[in-house]
Write a protein that binds this ligand. Structure first.
Ligand code: COA
Length: 348
């Protein structure tokens, strides 16, 4: 039987056309983290590479940070908000399951009536969103797609957990994906390892809520201040995640290079998820990247911003002239799930 459906009329290829970022104004140095945990600036810097991170204030909501980053990405791409046909928001720190924050963001940027939805793919979220966007552009479902990675991980940080208190930061990064005449986003190598789902997780229960006031009650709990309420914090088995990232993710990065037909010598820029400087260094070594490859080391001043980390690092490399438009970049995200996604892109 012959199909009655006409072939898709999308673009031949897709590319990242523009990038934008938003970093909260408040910079939090390690000294501030040390008020709550027994550690040292030296330990945090040497084990994670992190010196400072940005934490959002009350006005810097998931939506507000996204709107800022999206506006810059749209301007950088040279399109108008009305041309955006789909908005994909990757986040794990927007607290409503429904409605998706993407619809509010689409409305606030003046995008008309685009398709809009959220995805939850942890620190691989940007790569997942980028892959969906590429598919939409090449199958004609949308001409221009806005992909946002945004997190307020400070809301999910247990300040007294010395294994995680220093790791996380807040921010938003966005790109616009649109039509291209030649390949500019390679095949994505992605996947999940659900047998390791427990290695990074949110902790619910009385461990977390022990200070929640009892509404209407007059017992000791009821007198607890509201500001003492804790969101379910992210906990992780640091060493297990570290080993997985170092050994398995270098292989995935190599597979993405192979799938795109790009050798390390052809590469200009490497933008791994900004989780830990030692993971970044180890991947550079295993992949045998030549010295002239620019490596994103945004983690030092941004911390781990999960889905936002790759577009934020990309934006900074371009803004500071460390990378330039047209450069060939390997991007790889990995994290809670465990999930991962790697691809080779041409920088906007
Ligand atoms: C979190 C992380 C920096 C911890 O580093 P580590 O070298 O694995 O540290 P360990 O947990 O093995 O602890 C090593 C020692 O430091 C101590 N330590 C742990 N946290 C500490 C802290 N904040 N300050 C000082 N000492 C600390 C431990 O007690 C341990 O001491 P011991 O050797 O006397 O037992 C590291 O595991 C990591 O980055 N993991 C991956 C994180 C990540 O990328 N997550 C997100 C993926 S998306």
């Amino acid at each position: 039987m012959t199909s009655k459906i006409k072939p898709a009329k999308g673009a031949a290829y897709a590319r990242i056309m523009g990038v934008g970022g938003y970093r909260p104004t408040r910079v939090v140095p390690n000294e501030e983290i040390l008020k709550h945990i027994d550690s040292s600036d030296e330990w945090i810097r040497s084990r994670s590479g992190i010196a400072t991170r940005h934490w959002a204030g009350p006005e810097e909501t998931v939506s507000a940070m996204s709107v800022e980053a999206a506006g810059k990405a749209i301007a950088d791409a040279g399109v108008t908000p009305e041309q955006i046909g789909a908005v994909i928001v990757s986040t794990v720190s927007h607290f409503k399951q429904t409605p998706a924050i993407a619809t509010e963001i689409a409305h606030r940027i003046g995008a008309g009536k685009p398709a809009a939805f959220d995805i939850s793919a942890g620190c691989a979220g940007f790569g997942y969103g980028l892959t969906l966007a590429k598919g939409m552009v090449t199958d004609g479902s949308a001409e221009y797609v806005l992909v946002i990675g945004v997190e307020r991980l400070s809301d999910l940080t247990d300040l007294e957990d010395r294994a995680t208190a220093f790791l996380f930061g807040d921010g938003a990064g966005a790109v616009v994906v649109g039509p291209a005449k030649e390949p500019a986003i390679g095949p994505t190598v992605w996947g999940s390892e659900g047998d390791k789902a427990e290695t990074i997780k949110q902790t619910f229960g009385w461990d977390v809520y022990r200070r929640t006031p009892v509404p209407g009650g007059d017992g000791p709990e009821a007198r607890m201040a509201l500001e003492d309420i804790r969101y379910p914090a992210i906990t992780q088995e640091g060493q297990a995640v570290f080993r997985w990232a170092v050994f398995e993710m270098a292989k995935v990065a190599q597979q993405a290079l192979d799938a795109a037909g790009v050798s390390p010598d052809d590469l200009d820029v490497f933008i791994p998820h900004q989780a830990n400087m030692r993971i970044i260094d180890s991947m550079v070594k295993t992949l045998k990247l030549p010295e002239n490859v620019t490596v994103a080391r945004d983690v030092e001043t941004t911390g781990n911003t999960s889905a936002a980390s790759i577009p934020l690092a990309m934006e900074r490399l371009l803004a500071t002239g460390q990378a330039k438009s047209g450069d060939t970049a390997l991007v790889i995200g990995f994290g809670a799930g465990l999930v991962y996604a790697a691809t080779v892109v041409t920088l906007p």
